[in-house]
Design a protein around this ligand. Structure first.
Ligand SMILES: Nc1nc2c(ncn2[C@@H]2O[C@H](COP(=O)(O)OP(=O)(O)OP(=O)(O)O)[C@@H](O)[C@H]2O)c(=O)[nH]1
Ligand SMILES: [Mg+2]
Ligand SMILES: [Zn+2]
Length: 369
């Protein structure tokens, strides 16, 4: 397992310090006027703000719930008390304990003001224990969070597109570790290949089991490997991630034994999906735990990691890092680099090393020819 404590870049240190400051000064920053609106205290507009729904109550007294489904502006919240699900909107100026990121996502714990007709208003979003985030395209300084408070990240790729880029899996793994989750890798649609190609793909997957990650070769059509996957996720919370058409919703349906999530054929010519799933939904897993099905992604950029810190998120590099001649070493061109020596000696997989270089360059904003 990668050592998450290496995540100590300037940016992250600054954000942590800011968070600590806000926590320590919560009392000072919350002052509520007679209409229940927040009035910034001595420190202007520091977050988290406490919002009162009337002059006397603050968010801590509002019912608490978890967001179990998000679809274009509608957030279904399961209330802790009574177990009701209410359809919520987010209050303008709602407060959050998560800076620079998507305000409300599936899995978030929130404080809501129930309204008539099984509806409600989200006033406050609690700090996320874990999260799956990526770089938000076009939004500088914002993390696009896809799900929160789940333990396992299930990275799905499909065998009917054996051209899947390994860097995709490797990016998901880095994002999982950054967000405090354990990655699992699923090669779905294993029924679509046989013979040598199947062997080659299974070998590719073995690279991940060799470095300690759970791998599952599944078929949502024949049910192959699904029982093993179910055992691994039972009693845990997990989120499925992968490109459109790899079979996330189909797997969700077979795992749950019900055709609840809509699925659709991939395009014949390139086997790409058609972005069928439009909501992120948290669903119960038989025997315990829950699973979040998400819409397929086109791009997945890593958020909030300095290129120089990337090596700490490649678990199999960790034993070698101290032996590089230069410190820091980028493991790309430096002489006497222990990581490159380990690649040459066959101790580190070449594909993983190639992914490291590609991700390193993307974090640096460099394009390798
Ligand atoms: N042969 C085969 N087809 C599969 C398998 N899993 C899914 N499919 C098919 O692949 C297509 C896409 O599956 P979905 O479950 O909709 O894919 P998705 O990942 O949820 O896609 P988005 O919701 O668009 O992100 C459907 O036609 C499924 O029937 C599998 O294991 N084997
Ligand atoms: Mg889907
Ligand atoms: Zn090195």
């Amino acid at each position: 397992m990668a050592d998450n404590t290496r995540h100590t870049g300037r940016h992250s240190r600054l954000r942590r310090a800011q968070k600590d400051w806000v926590k320590g000064n919560r009392e000072r920053v919350q002052r509520i006027d007679a209409d229940g609106e927040i009035v910034a205290g001595g420190q202007e507009r520091m977050r988290p703000k406490a919002i009162a729904i009337d002059g006397t109550r603050n968010v801590d007294e509002l019912p608490r719930g978890q967001v179990i489904e998000v679809e274009s502006g509608r957030h279904d919240v399961l209330l802790e008390e009574g177990g009701r699900v209410i359809a919520c909107r987010v209050k303008r100026g709602a407060s959050t304990e998560n800076d620079e990121s998507t305000l409300v996502v599936v899995g978030d714990f929130v404080r809501v003001q129930p309204l008539e007709g099984e509806r409600g208003l989200i006033h406050h979003v609690e700090e996320r224990r874990t999260h799956l985030g990526r770089n938000a395209a076009g939004q500088i300084g914002m993390e696009h969070v896809l799900a929160a408070n789940v333990d396992l990240l299930i990275c799905v790729v499909a065998a009917d597109r054996p051209d899947f880029r390994r860097t995709i899996i490797d990016r998901y793994i880095v994002a999982a570790l950054l967000g405090g989750m354990t990655p699992l890798i699923v090669l779905n649609k294993i029924d679509t290949v046989d013979g040598e190609l199947e062997e080659l793909l299974r070998e590719e997957m073995d690279v991940y089991s060799a470095i300690g990650y759970g791998i599952f070769c599944t078929s949502a059509v024949t049910g192959d490997g699904v029982e093993e996957l179910l055992c691994a996720i039972q009693d845990h919370s997990s989120v499925l991630i992968g490109q459109s058409g790899v079979g996330k919703s189909s797997l969700t349906n077979v795992i749950r034994g019900r055709e609840e999530r809509r699925t659709a054929e991939v395009r014949e010519k390139d086997r790409r999906g058609t972005h069928t799933t439009i909501s992120s939904a948290m669903l119960a897993v038989p025997g315990g735990g829950y699973l979040v099905d998400t819409p397929g992604l086109r791009e997945f950029g890593i958020w909030d990691l300095e290129a120089e810190e990337l090596d700490g998120y490649f678990v199999e590099f960790l034993d070698h890092l101290q032996s590089c001649r230069f410190k820091p070493c980028t493991h790309s061109h430096e002489p006497d680099c222990a990581v490159r020596a380990a690649v040459d000696a066959g101790c580190i997989d070449e594909g993983r090393y190639a992914s490291y270089l590609a991700i390193f360059d993307s974090l640096k904003g460099v394009r390798r020819r």
